[in-house]
Structures are given as C-alpha cells and as structure tokens.
Design a protein around this ligand. Sequence first.
Ligand SMILES: Cc1cc2nc3c(=O)[nH]c(=O)nc-3n(C[C@H](O)[C@H](O)[C@H](O)COP(=O)(O)O)c2cc1C
Length: 160
Amino acid sequence: MRNLIVYYSLEGSTKYVAEKMAEKLEADILELIPKKSYHSKGILKFIFGGKSAIMAEKPALEDYNIDLSLYDRIILGSPVWASNFTPPIRSFILDNKSQLNNKKFACYLCQAGAGGEKALKKLADCLDIEKFDLSYIFTALYKDPEKDKKIDSFYYMLRV
Ligand SMILES: Cc1cc2nc3c(=O)[nH]c(=O)nc-3n(C[C@H](O)[C@H](O)[C@H](O)COP(=O)(O)O)c2cc1C
C-alpha cells in the first residue's frame, strides 16, 4: 500500500511524527505551508490560530506538486487547535475533494491536553467519512519521554 503523509505543524510535534512515520512506513510526505504564516509565539499564537480554527478558515497554501492518484492511503497529521483540526488541513481536503474520493484515510493529532476526540470527529466530517479506522492522539509529545514508543505503536497499527 502506498502511503502519503500530509501534515501541518506550527511548533514541530506534528512534523516530528510525520518524519518518523515517513521513514518507518517508507511513505511520501507533504508538509502544508500556509501562504500567510500563523504567529508562532506568545498570546497572538493562540488568538490568531484559535480564531482561524473556530471560524473553520480555509487559508491559501503554498503550491505543492503531488499526484494523489499514486497513493492508496492518505495519513493526515494536525495539531489540535481549539478542539479542532488546523485550517491548512481543511484547505488541503477542500482543494482536493474529488481526488480524495475512494482513498483510505488514517490520521493523527497532537494536542497539549484535550480536544483531540472532538477534532477527530470534525476531521472525519470534513472528509465525509463516518469515522477513522486508524487514528492516534499524541498528548504533550514535546515533553513525553515515551514519544518514540508511541510513534512505534501508531506505526504498528498502520502497518497491519
Ligand atoms: C491556536 C492554538 C490552539 C490550541 N488549542 C488546543 C486545544 O484545544 N487542546 C489542546 O490540547 N491543545 C491545544 N493547543 C496545543 C497544541 O495542540 C499542541 O501544542 C500541539 O502539540 C502542537 O503541535 P505542533 O507542534 O505540530 O504545532 C493549541 C495550540 C495553538 C497554537
């Protein structure tokens, strides 16, 4: 099965998982980059990012060149923002809606503490699927000494 990992990351946790997973699964990887970057520091990070997530914005993304027809499964990776998935992921899904028909999906989310389950549901709704067969929520990954073991657990789920 050919896998493509599509992710957005502001502060590095989602990126860390994407890169480890791409290596283990021998998957291709696509980082989504919004044309207008989100604030990455202080209170503005929460104000602008939180508003964008709550308003379900669809920010313009930097161009990417990927042939989605090559992949059987798309693995989406996102931080949790205000109990939602991040807006660049919405842009990717809506921009590629027709090409995502009939794909298999998996996803993982990185959160500080809570909201991941709600975000998962919203992400499934955006994809028009009932639920994810395979999903994983990483909590406080940046300070988790077990993070590589948890990434391995997700990898074993994906590999089956
Ligand atoms: C705008 C914003 C909103 C956030 N909202 C939540 C939230 O609702 N629940 C939560 O557990 N963490 C929340 N977080 C924390 C991030 O989900 C967490 O730090 C995540 O690991 C960041 O992933 P990244 O390093 O890939 O950007 C929020 C962070 C930001 C910037």
